[in-house]
Write a protein that binds this ligand. Sequence first.
Ligand code: ZN
Length: 382
Amino acid sequence: MVNRERLAETFKFLAEIDSISKEEGMLAGKIREILVIMGAETSVDNAGERIGGDTGNLIAKFKGNAKVPPLLLNAHMDTVEPGRGVTAVLKNGTFTSDGTTILGADDKSAIAILLETLYVLKEKELTHGPLEVVFSVCEEIGLLGAKHLDFSMVTAAYGFAVDATDTEGIVTRAPSANHLEFEIHGKDAHAGAAPEKGINAIALAAKAIAGLELGRIDEETTCNIGIIEGGIATNIVPNLVKVKGEARSHNDEKLNKVTDGIVSSFKRVIAEYKGKGSSDDLPRVDIRIEKDFSRTDIPADHPVVALATQAAENLGRRMKTKISGGGADANVFFEKGIFTGVLGTGMRDMHTVRESVNLDDMARTVELLIEIIRLHSQAGAG
Ligand SMILES: [Zn+2]
């Protein structure tokens, strides 16, 4: 049923349109044209204005002809750098870039898969329920598109995001994450003439970080300090250091514990310094903790898992539930009460110039989705 040439053409077409985060407008316009021709009711929400991008999220609805609850389908439109002027090269059944940019299979392989699925539904006049397809913006820069999605436009209670590698897996668990920022304020002074008048913010930050347990804390918890910025010149005692990090866990209690541990290490170092008789309000640490995304935890007996598992079985394939260490739009959907499993496209080495995706894998995911949609059209019927 899958038209491989069309799938390959669609992917190449999409991959070669620039769509760095906040600049997805051109791509969204092209996808919308295709969807309208297919008979979708399309709209673009106001997320673009709210996050400073040139388009919002694109939402397409297909009414279908089976009286079942709507199904959500999702892929993101934005790509990372270096992602301008991509040339998609198909060789021995695998797409890569020309080696100077990413390919953008993350997540355009998924967009091509969703469009091919919709082509087939229409072409073969297959019975299907209502479909709500969300093409989101700015997934790569903190799930901003999904976070600002106009959820009044989505009525589905469950569905599938297509934004992973494994074509025989469905991600049902993903961690919560906290974003952490610390600004240590010390006091500047001439490092040679009067160092005793200064408070070295770099030294304080170093002390606070050195006392931390970083990396993998346990099987479901990680944390990292990823950015440190500060200092102006070697002859100035630095008065400001900014430290940024994150913590993730599948268990919210553990997430809070790790976050608290990092926060207290910074506070302790400041307090110890002050204990030695610091005169004014310095040194000081300003702390900002933000919830980056909350966890996903779809029960094994949820219809989303059952649909994917049964569909794979009908096609003679396997389907495993998987745990992800990262955040995706699906986390945001889950937080909003939409149980969203994440399926794979076969894409590999994402966010590198070696990124690739195999056409066979993409075709397999189209077949899987068609079977999922077929099963879904029968599920609530009658
Ligand atoms: Zn992605």
